[in-house]
Design a protein around this ligand. Sequence first.
Ligand SMILES: *Cc1c(COP(=O)(O)O)cnc(C)c1O
Length: 550
Amino acid sequence: MKNEPCKQLTRVAYFCMEYALQSSMKTFAGGLGILAGDYMKAAKDSSCSVIGIGILWKQGYGGQAVDSTGRVHDKYCNYKYDFLQDTGVKVTVDIKDKEVTCKVWKVDCFGNSPVYLLDTDIPENDNANVKLRWVTSKLYGGVEEERLAQEIVLGVGGVRALRKLGIETDVYHFNEGHAAFAGFELIREKMAGGLDFEEALERTREQIVFTTHTPVKEGNEKHPINALVYMGANLGLSGQQLERIGGSPFNMTVAGLRLCKAANAVSRLHAVTANKMWENIEDRPYIIPITNGIHRPTWVDMRLHRHIADGETIWKHHQENKKKLLSFVHKRTGHKLLEESITIGFARRAVDYKRPDLFMRNIEDFEALVKKWNVQIIFSGKAHPLDDSGKRVLENLIALSKKYPQNVVFIKNYDMEIAQRLVQGCDVWLNSPRRPNEACGTSGMKAAMNGVLNLSVLDGWWPESCIDGVNGWQFGDGFESTDAGIVDEWDRKKLIEVFDNHVAPTYYEDRQRWIEMMRSSINTTWDAFDIKRMINEYYEKMYTPSEKNR
Ligand SMILES: *Cc1c(COP(=O)(O)O)cnc(C)c1O
């Protein structure tokens, strides 16, 4: 056994816009929050000195209602939580020259390291400007000013909360660029202590590590330098100094890269993409790959443990999980699905590049395939309230579920509970992003460890694990083109080909081989994609002081 890095000595504060620790917690949008939640639990399991800083989103990411005609409507509500502990601590930040008070809550009851959530929805903020109560209302909601205000709360408020809570910190880990202003606060503190800007920046860098998640260039948030100054995010730094850190316009990812001593991408392929994407950005570290992992106790049926489960046991437990899923689906949607039919799961945020409708883009092909093999596909997803194209994608899926009630099901308001049921109870986990846009895709890991076979393009984590036809399948052969229409049609054809020639025949005609593949799926992913491996890599390659890699 390799020595584990010492996890008590390095004190880490992890900054993230979203956390998903438990199903009732609506303070997340997708994979970023799930990763943060899983990380906090695994940090606790391994007794790491890690705490989380985030925001108490009163209305979360928003949800969706579907009317009788199949139209999707936004639905926001104010969530009330009974798991919040009042720390008694309040800090202030300046937003547009107004002092805003942030109350600090603590969450530590889900088997997680403490997560501190900042909240501006308190009476103190009525006096200043009523609107500021709503800074922590909608996750990723609103226009530029609102976003910057939220990021001031997370970054600047977050560092101030640490000080006031008396939590000493060696490493500040920014999970995505949203926390970049925490770097400004660390610089400001040092400049207040007498250092000049360059020295303060240099020392601050030694304290920060950064994880990037976004291989889609437009997905990397930017703001005009003026907007930062206008909102007061600059904390006294000049326009030139801001530009030195984040460029102009100010790019939050570039800032993350320039503020840190070490940076990682979330899979090997993503590291290649990310280094290429930022190759013109000087004065940044090389972006190393540290592939995400999952918190097994949260997602995996532990009866499938790779050391105890034989083929027969795996199949028996899988069928039980499938039965539970189908009855859950019946309760939620009224669709009655069959236990004997091959069941495909697809659940993600509804965004274009994930192509949830890839299978159905040629409706004749789809219909023929589905009838031939009695295919059942269960979709779940959520579109951002401001994303109309995402909502149209959902409406298309809903229409299909009405047209083919035996074959297509849509479960609205994707959340942790739906995810848990699906990744345990489906037979196949479909993943069809347009390469190389999926940074990692941890839902596939959850499925794989539950013996649910991945059918995926070679994107995100899958190239690291896929042994085609042994522990799952790939389709598309890594084909890329700048023309989205061409890739989509290529991948669609390959998907149908692989499903028709390999997946369905194995399921119906060679059950022994199918079960053997389930075993391989479990065995090849069980340890490799356990989040403990990821944490060890964080300590070895990012947290623990090492030679400079800039
Ligand atoms: C695991 C999970 C995700 C992230 O998985 P992807 O494969 O990136 O979609 C997102 N949302 C929920 C609810 C999850 O459980």
